[in-house]
Design a protein around this ligand. Structure first.
Ligand code: ATP
Ligand code: MG
Length: 154
């Protein structure tokens, strides 16, 4: 395990979900943690449940219906505006170079009332440095996921 996860300066919370519905429900509960502005890295393998979790977060923010939240695989950025925050769901899986990243103009999305939810953001050191919260999802079995919240303690 990466030693920074066990660093005493870090605060870690762990959940196990047993279905996509439970992961969505967990997303709803994360809303209170995600008061804007925030940059959140969603980490985990393909199919770990990152996008599924965003369905719950976006619904919890009253920014989108769960079913309307789909993977930004090709569009790279999906925007969901809610009364309390503008959510940006970003997928950097297909973004490889700093130049490609630059063309997305993500800097323009960062504002007082924005929450950036970034899949595959750990590919870029910039987001590892700037992130407020990291959510790590691991496949335990077909329907089980271990979901850990990692944030620096201020
Ligand atoms: N407990 C669970 N939580 C979340 N998803 C689950 C769970 N159990 C099974 N699944 C299934 O795992 C898949 C998760 O897909 P999802 O698109 O959320 O993954 P992802 O991490 O965003 O992958 P990608 O990197 O390809 O975008 C879905 O097919 C979902 O139905
Ligand atoms: Mg995804």
């Amino acid at each position: 395990m990466n030693s920074r996860y066990t660093d005493l300066a870090m605060d870690t919370r762990e959940f196990i979900t047993h279905s996509p519905e439970e992961t969505i429900a967990l997303g709803w509960t994360l809303v209170e943690l995600l008061t804007p502005p925030k940059i959140v890295l969603l980490r985990g393998d393909l199919g770990a449940g990152k996008t599924t979790l965003v369905k719950g977060i976006a619904a919890g923010f009253r920014a989108a219906a769960e079913d309307d939240v789909t993977s930004p695989t090709f569009t790279l950025v999906h925007e969901y505006r809610g009364p309390a925050a503008n959510l940006y769901h970003i997928d950097l899986y297909r973004v490889d170079t700093p130049r490609q990243l630059e063309t997305l103009g993500l800097d323009d999305l960062i504002s007082e009332n924005s929450v950036l939810l970034i899949e595959w953001g750990e590919k870029f050191p910039r987001f590892v440095r700037e992130r407020d919260l990291e959510i790590v999802l691991e496949r335990v079995s077909e329907n089980e996921r271990r979901i850990r919240l990692i944030s620096d303690r201020g």
